[in-house]
Design a protein around this ligand. Structure first.
Ligand code: 0X9
Ligand code: ZN
Length: 486
């Protein structure tokens, strides 16, 4: 174990990180894959520091007891702990205001910490920072004030330097409270999964089978949208898959239970909260050496190829990136691109297709053009990526089946899909055909909960490229295009 001072707070307090790995003192930084556990980004969420500290103590005790799982983890990986990300705010909750959330930036420079002060450390990271007014605020007194600039806060800068420079991080868990949730990216926009969703699903589970008992797993923006938030930054910018567990209040169920952020100072309750979170934390640690093949508490393996993530996580039904199957094509007289979500480690992904029951033909799948998706970075694709193949020479009325294989083996075909037949409406809509906007098909692919989305959007006159690369106006077609309002 080794202690590192990773930076100073606004008021000059040290921010501490503990690195745990076999032979830590003599070993160069970054030589083993690493996992980060952190607590108290938000000052009042004390239980998150308790859980991080107990986790550290548990690993230490189990190492001393020569628990073979823990010995293995510490000989192959590094575990890092930052029990208090926001020490100024934490101190302030003991001395002045138990329910303080932010850091202690003196926003109005009056020399006094009042309700006008503090930056939300979970809105200050340089990923979609200041993207809109829903996910963070420009008002200095707001609980989600994003700060004057991205990464303006020394607490954020310390955490950024740690993640980018001090270790080879693969995963991070940033404990918060409260809500009994296991949140993962993306957080800045609703209904948006990452390409690495199979890994999140394997480690986090689903509503029916969560990795932490009585917690609810899901994509962060399902709760509410945030921008400049830690897990989006970690995954989208630093390539580190990350979670925000919202720990419990120390009682259940709501609404009778309303301790809120003030988890009771009760040894049994704190220990129970730690224990129910242990398996998840441990599986994340076990997975650092092989992130795309994680240790799943919920019995989910990560597959090489996916056509429809919603078959694993029904909550994501009708999300535009979840279901890639093309069941109706408008490519009569041309070709139809089709996509698959594929593990990067897998080579030779091949599209197979059969037109009108003829002999199957193939096309090598290659990286899908990412386009310039509205809102900026939407990559979040460290271990999985979208691959595309092309079904050529289609005529109106053709019937098509297609599937993908990987590694040349015919055995792992994902799914066969019979095309419903081709019509000749002229447009060839696809995720990236139009750079920059989300496309929803109002007939069949309207996502559940889309009302929330529309409230923040306005409709545009829109054009897509047709098969001959002419622009076709589609604003009166069944496709609608929405753009979030700044
Ligand atoms: O708002 C936050 O920063 C987190 N909740 S808390 O009550 N602890 O403040 C949640 C962040 C998770 N990400 C998204 N909801 N997008
Ligand atoms: Zn929080």
């Amino acid at each position: 174990m080794k202690l590192y001072d990773i930076g100073d707070t606004i008021q000059g307090r040290d921010i501490w990180a503990i690195r745990m790995t076999q032979g830590a003192r003599g070993r160069p930084l970054g030589s083993r894959p690493a996992v980060l556990y952190q607590g108290t980004t938000h000052a009042r969420e004390w239980i998150s520091t308790e859980v991080s500290m107990r986790l550290l103590e548990w690993f230490l005790a189990e190492r001393r007891a020569e628990n073979p799982e823990v010995v293995e983890i510490l000989e192959t990986s590094e575990l890092w702990f930052v029990p208090v990300v926001n020490p100024d705010g934490y101190e302030f909750t003991f001395t002045d205001e138990r329910l303080w959330r932010k850091n202690l930036r003196d926003n109005d420079a009056n020399g006094d910490i009042t309700n006008a002060d503090g930056v939300d450390p979970n809105r200050n990271y340089p990923e979609h920072w200041n993207y809109d007014v829903e996910g963070s605020s420009s008002v200095i007194s707001s609980e989600t004030y994003r700060g004057a600039e991205e990464a303006s806060e020394p607490e954020n800068q310390a955490n950024i330097d740690l993640v980018e420079d001090m270790a080879d991080f693969r995963f991070a868990i940033s404990y918060h409270s409260f809500g009994q949730l296991l949140l993962y990216p993306q957080g800045w926009q609703t209904l948006t999964m990452t390409a690495d969703d199979p890994i999140y699903l394997a480690l986090t589970g689903t509503d029916d089978d969560p990795a932490v008992a009585d917690f609810n797993p899901g994509v962060g923006a399902d709760l509410y949208t945030t921008n400049g938030e830690f897990t989006d930054w970690a995954h989208g910018e630093a390539g580190v898959l990350a979670w925000t567990p919202e720990l419990s209040q120390g009682c259940e169920p709501a609404p009778d239970c309303d301790f809120g952020f003030e988890f009771p100072d009760d040894e049994d309750l704190v220990q129970t909260e730690f224990e129910r979170n242990l398996d998840f934390a441990l599986n994340v640690a076990k997975s650092a050496t092989d992130p795309d093949d994680p240790a799943s508490h919920v019995g989910l393996d990560t597959a090489n190829l996916y056509l429809n993530i919603a078959s694993l996580d029904p909550w994501k039904t009708n999300w535009t990136q979840a279901d890639l199957r093309v069941d109706v094509s408008y490519a009569g007289g041309s070709s139809q691109p089709v996509e698959v979500l594929a593990k990067r480690a897998v080579e030779n992904v091949t599209l197979h297709y059969r037109i009108n029951g003829d002999a199957a033909q193939t096309d090598a799948a290659s990286e899908s053009p990412s386009g310039d998706v509205y809102g900026g970075n939407n990559a979040y694709n460290v271990y999985y990526h979208y691959l595309r193949g092309e079904i050529p020479d289609l005529e109106v009325g053709d019937s098509v089946e297609y599937w993908f294989t990987s590694g040349g083996a015919a055995t792992d075909a994902v799914e066969e899909y019979a095309d419903a037949g081709l019509s000749n409406s002229g447009t060839n809509i696809f995720r990236w055909t139009l750079d920059g906007f989300w496309i929803y098909n109002l007939d069949t692919k309207m996502p559940p909960g889309v009302q929330m989305y529309i409230n923040n959007c306005y409709r545009l006159d829109a054009y897509v490229q047709d098969a001959t690369l002419n622009k076709v106006k589609i604003s009166e077609s069944p496709y609608a295009i929405f753009k979030p309002v700044k």
